[in-house]
Write a protein that binds this ligand. Structure first.
Ligand code: F3S
Length: 282
């Protein structure tokens, strides 16, 4: 039995940094919260909860003053929420991934210069909501070709296009091409994170040569869902699991090669557990 584990599986730089920041503050801060789940992984969030870290989604639930320490999650937040935190005089630890911060800056600057903002990403995803909130004018979010047709943009408009960090690279390129073909005046910042691109390329490659492909990730993790989609295109027997408990490999027996990859917010111990289980049992 061959097991191919993706080298890029597991915590990316931004997620590792956010988790490290929370760990640093545990024990030194009496009232520690994260604004929203720190990363999209229930196991990690639950582990922090056990250590007294609260998850708040509503600032009105916190008392003002720097007794309360709030960690901004890796996905970032919108500008109004950040201002509100500052006005409340909370102790703020910003764990927004620097790659996401860069998008905030582009959107803020370009919108202030009068460009119309188009974000290519999943509407409703916290990272996208945060990015939208840095535009000084209304930002548009698109995910598909049909969404482009629904935009109320004029050919005279100057348009600034950015991407959610975890968006599918090929889909991003295709959508940008449509804007070009329609003759829009666009400036494009490909803000897809390298870590995401490498992970997607490696996942595709592994999935194309195995009998079963396992993708490990949080149910709400956008980058893990994308990995699943990509792997499924290459390998019909692709399964998505959150932890070892979800793994049902018996249905695929017999098989010779198994591939494993994991999203950016999947901790190493879960990946190792799955790998060991497959090695021992099949
Ligand atoms: Fe940052 Fe890229 Fe991870 S944007 S949070 S390093 S996937």
């Amino acid at each position: 039995m061959d097991i191919i584990l993706a080298k890029s599986a597991g915590f990316c730089f931004g997620v590792q940094k956010a988790v490290d920041k929370v760990n640093e503050k545990i024990g030194t801060e009496k009232k520690l919260s994260t604004y929203g789940p720190i990363i999209h992984n229930e196991q990690v969030v639950d582990e922090f909860k056990k250590q007294g870290v609260k998850v708040v989604n509503d600032l009105s639930l916190l008392d003002s003053g720097n007794e309360n320490c709030v960690v901004i999650r890796s996905h970032g937040i919108d500008r109004d929420t950040q201002m509100q935190m500052e006005d409340m005089n909370l102790k703020i630890v910003d764990a927004t991934c620097p790659f996401v911060k860069r998008i905030h800056r582009i959107v803020e600057k370009d919108s202030a210069e009068g460009k119309k903002i188009v974000i290519i990403g999943n509407p409703g995803h916290p990272e996208v909501e945060g990015i939208k909130g840095w535009s000084v004018t209304n930002a548009n979010v698109i995910e598909t070709e049909e969404d482009i047709d629904k935009l109320s943009l004029s050919i005279e408009d100057k348009i600034s296009i950015v991407s959610q960090t975890t968006f599918n690279h090929k889909k991003f390129k295709d959508l940008v091409e449509i804007f070009e073909k329609k003759g829009y005046d666009i400036s494009v910042a490909n803000t897809i994170c390298n870590a995401t691109e490498e992970r997607q390329t490696e996942a595709r490659e592994i999935a194309s040569k195995v009998d079963v492909m396992i993708v490990i990730g949080g149910a709400h993790s956008s980058n893990s869902q994308k990995l699943y989609e990509i792997c499924k295109e290459e390998c019909e027997n692709t399964i998505f699991i959150q932890t070892l408990e979800d793994l049902k490999l018996e249905q695929f027996v017999p098989f010779n090669r198994v591939g494993i990859t994991a999203g950016a917010s999947t901790p190493n111990n879960i990946i190792e557990e799955v790998q060991n289980y497959v090695r021992i049992n099949f």
